[in-house]
Design a protein around this ligand. Structure first.
Ligand code: MIC
Ligand code: SF4
Length: 756
């Protein structure tokens, strides 16, 4: 057994009294999100209301989950915290480092060979510190968590932005950087600004070609990539109850794409069915005893406007299938309008590749529905035009889908490729033939993110996001503008045929099954386990503490880059080929900001070295400043650091000597990551000041020596002609976070506490 029923029972035992205390403190009926948050206060019972969007609150999450690409840095930090064992149940999952090329078996072996040093490191650290390890091939973190660990009313953090997927089983599950995970694993409180709440009422019922994915594709269109920032999205209504648990997971998963802190659903029959199908009947029994607390108080859903900061209503009966993209997940287009929009924008309509998988859409239900489309096409004599690639979400899903014939359905197409149960193309772990030619083309996938270059490294690949059933239909037609509701296809005998609507099973009728699920339990006593990090390794590097602040104003800093437009964590610390350096801070720092567009010449990885006047690559120019002992700052646009939880995007600039990041606005996880690593994350008081900053500027901080909560910081920009601009900047540091800055990082503080 992998999950911890005793821990869950303890959480449930304290629920009734803590909810009562919370209701008293808040003074009105509670939403589900508030119930989960208030039952997980670090201090125990609530004594006061916490102001949404404003007050910082200490929480005690029940679990931690990490994936291989972020776990390396998280665990390298944990090793410095001086603890013998993790304080809460934690797991690590080997899923990001596995490349998709020819097919599961070969690819997996290849990846194990290539990454053995890192996998061995993870396996031994996990064993030593009491962390469960899911080996390569076991599955994608969020699918494995949903199948094994998520539980209604629980609170979890994970070092991956799609940790939010566990909202499908009614959790508050939040993506964080590794340093946050270290806090919780070290037995300390975890801090979050009390989120605002968005209520989404779902009415009606999905039908025809529409799937749970379309709910979130639609929501992304409404709220955009920033619209959920600082908020928990709570879904409710009869429509919500009609969705399967994995469908709910899909919706919560892509809450990351609207910047939401997390999303969740109330406990219902779909969750009961899923828990019991995945061998957790005892969780159902425990949850049933406190079921009234695992959903909002009845007044809330009757008058949502009174309890949520924003309310949206979507009628599932009228919802159409959507295609979102290219290059951003919030550009939502209903399938019927797609052709006209694509033509107007010059998006290529032919698709060569269609991909089903990722943590968003790789459940048993997803595969069964996509397989039904393939079966129908085969029966009607239609041959697929595009290559269909499939990454099942977990070994359990794959094993069961294999047993039930769905994998064989996919294999009926000659050009299907079944890849490993892993992230694969979703994170650029895809050796796509011909991608290096950089040709303009389109792909369709069921993933969540579609930023430029993400899947195959080609900036001209236009990636569109859709449901697995739409991906299957488009694979068959070979055209993005194929609308299966209205269009027909020509079969091998030249007849016009239409595809039937997808059908599938929410859960396997004969139950799930699996041979080896790929789980490695930790040792009871790990004290004798040796963790080996070879000093010559180019993959792993033990960490050196960052220097504390010297208490002085920063002076004479250079502007390393002014990033123009979208600057996601993929732009700041690219994934794909760079994933291999996630455990080696100095090596991965060579990708720092290489994807960001320099506002002064609109080129990537080409910035002016102010010491020589010559242009160079961003990491090289920054290393030159560092060598000369000159500080620098990075300037950015809106929603800077959107996307991933990877703290490398904060650690690399810290390591290379950048002092501050000044932007129009931040994405939540990235802003926290900067703070944790002892960086200054600042926002323009007046966004137009972004335009005042020039390429040759020198920056002086005028009042950093008075750094205090709620007090703006003033920066002076000295231009090349000697003229000056004063720029007022805001920050959101609280006392503790100012402490991190002063100590050089949050980890430095933990260590001080450990020693003192
Ligand atoms: C992603 O989807 O971008 C990732 C890769 O899963 C990241 C984590 C990472 O960068 O390792 C995420 O979403 O947090
Ligand atoms: Fe893996 Fe993609 Fe999910 Fe990130 S979004 S966890 S890369 S499958």
């Amino acid at each position: 057994m992998t999950f911890d029923i005793d821990m869950i029972k303890k959480v449930y035992e304290r629920y009734p009294s803590r909810i009562e205390a919370a209701r008293q403190a808040v003074g009105k009926p509670l939403t589900l999100s508030e119930k989960i948050l208030y039952t997980h206060l670090w201090q125990g019972n609530a004594t006061q209301p916490h102001e949404r969007g404003n007050s910082y609150v200490d929480f005690a999450p029940d679990r931690v989950a990490m994936q291989d690409a972020t776990a390396q840095m998280a665990l390298l930090q944990f090793m410095q915290a001086g603890k013998a064992k993790v304080a809460v149940p934690s797991t690590a999952h080997a899923d990001h480092l596995i490349q998709a090329k020819v097919g599961a078996e070969k690819d997996l072996q290849e990846s194990i060979n290539k990454n053995s040093e890192v996998f061995n490191f993870l396996s031994s650290v996990c064993e030593k510190y009491g962390i469960g390890f899911w080996k390569p091939g076991a599955g994608i973190i969020h699918q494995v968590v949903l199948e094994n660990y998520a539980f209604p009313g629980g609170m979890m953090i994970g070092t991956d932005s799609h940790t939010v997927n566990a909202g499908g089983l009614g959790m508050v599950a939040i993506g964080v950087g590794g340093a946050d995970a270290v806090d919780v694993m070290a037995g300390m409180a975890w801090e979050l600004k009390m989120p605002k709440l968005i209520g989404i009422k779902l009415t009606g019922k999905l039908n025809g070609w529409t799937s749970a994915k379309d709910v979130i594709l639609k929501v992304a269109g409404i709220l955009t990539v920033k619209g959920g920032t600082g908020c928990i999205v709570e879904y409710f209504g009869e429509g919500a109850q009609s969705l399967s648990a994995t469908g709910k997971g899909t919706i919560c998963n892509m809450g990351a794409e609207i910047g939401a802190t997390t999303s969740t659903f109330g406990y219902d029959d779909a969750m009961r069915r899923y828990l019991s199908a995945t061998g957790r009947q005892d969780v159902v029994e425990a949850a049933d005893k406190i079921a009234e607390h695992l959903t909002a108080d009845p007044e809330v859903y009757a008058n949502p406007e009174l309890y949520f900061d924003q309310v949206i209503e979507i009628n599932l009966s009228e919802l159409a299938p959507h295609l979102n993209g290219p290059f951003t997940p919030d550009l939502a287009t209903p399938v019927s309008e797609f052709r006209a929009k694509a033509e107007a924008n010059g998006w290529p309509l032919d698709v060569e590749w269609a991909l089903i998988g990722s943590c968003t859409n790789s459940s048993y239900e997803d595969l069964s529905r996509a397989a039904s489309i393939v079966e129908d096409a085969v029966a009607k004599g239609v041959k697929p035009k595009a290559i269909l690639g499939i990454n099942p979400g977990s070994e359990q899903v794959k094993y069961t889908a294999e047993r039930d014939g769905f994998m064989d359905s996919f294999r009926k197409f000659d050009n299907t490729r079944i890849f490993t149960n892993a992230c694969g193309p979703c994170i650029g772990q895809w050796d796509r033939e011909g991608a290096e030619k950089g040709e303009k083309n389109s792909i369709i996938h069921s993933f969540n993110r579609n930023f430029a270059k993400r899947a195959d490294g080609n900036p001209n690949t236009h990636a569109f996001v859709a449901s697995p059933e739409m991906v299957a239909a488009i694979a068959i037609s070979g055209r993005l503008d194929f609308n299966p509701i209205t269009d027909s296809l020509t079969n091998a005998s030249g007849e016009q045929v239409k595809l039937n609507e997808p059908t599938g099973s929410e859960l396997p009728e004969r139950g799930f099954d699996v041979g080896d699920n790929g789980y490695q339990a930790p040792s009871e006593d790990g004290s004798a386990v040796q963790v080996i990090v070879n000093p010559d390794s180019d993959r792993l590097q033990l960490l050196e503490p960052f220097q504390p602040w010297d208490g002085k104003n920063i002076e004479g800093a250079k502007v390393l880059i002014k990033a123009f437009g979208k600057c996601t964590t993929d732009h700041i610390s690219m994934a794909g080929p760079w994933l291999k350096y996630r455990g080696h801070l100095d090596n991965i720092s060579n990708n720092m900001l290489i994807g960001a567009v320099n506002a002064y010449n609109m080129e990537t990885n080409h910035v002016k070295n102010q010491l020589t006047g010559e242009y160079g690559e961003v990491p090289a120019v920054q290393r030159a400043y560092k060598a000369a002992g000159i500080p620098s700052i990075v300037v950015g646009d809106e929603n800077y650091g959107e996307g991933s939880s990877r703290e490398h995007a904060a650690m690399e600039p810290r390591h290379l000597g950048v002092s501050a990041v000044l932007v129009k606005s931040f994405a939540r996880i990235h802003e926290t990551n900067l703070k944790k690593q002892g960086m200054l994350g600042l926002t323009f008081e007046n966004k137009d000041d972004y335009d005042k900053i020039q390429e040759d500027d020198t920056v002086n901080f005028l009042d950093l020596d008075q750094f205090a909560v709620g007090k703006p910081l003033t920066l002076e920009f000295v231009h090349a002609d000697g003229s000056r601009d004063i720029v007022v900047t805001n920050h959101t540091y609280n006392d503790q976070q100012i402490g991190w800055f002063k100590a050089g990082s949050a980890l430095n503080l933990i260590k001080q506490m450990q020693m003192g």
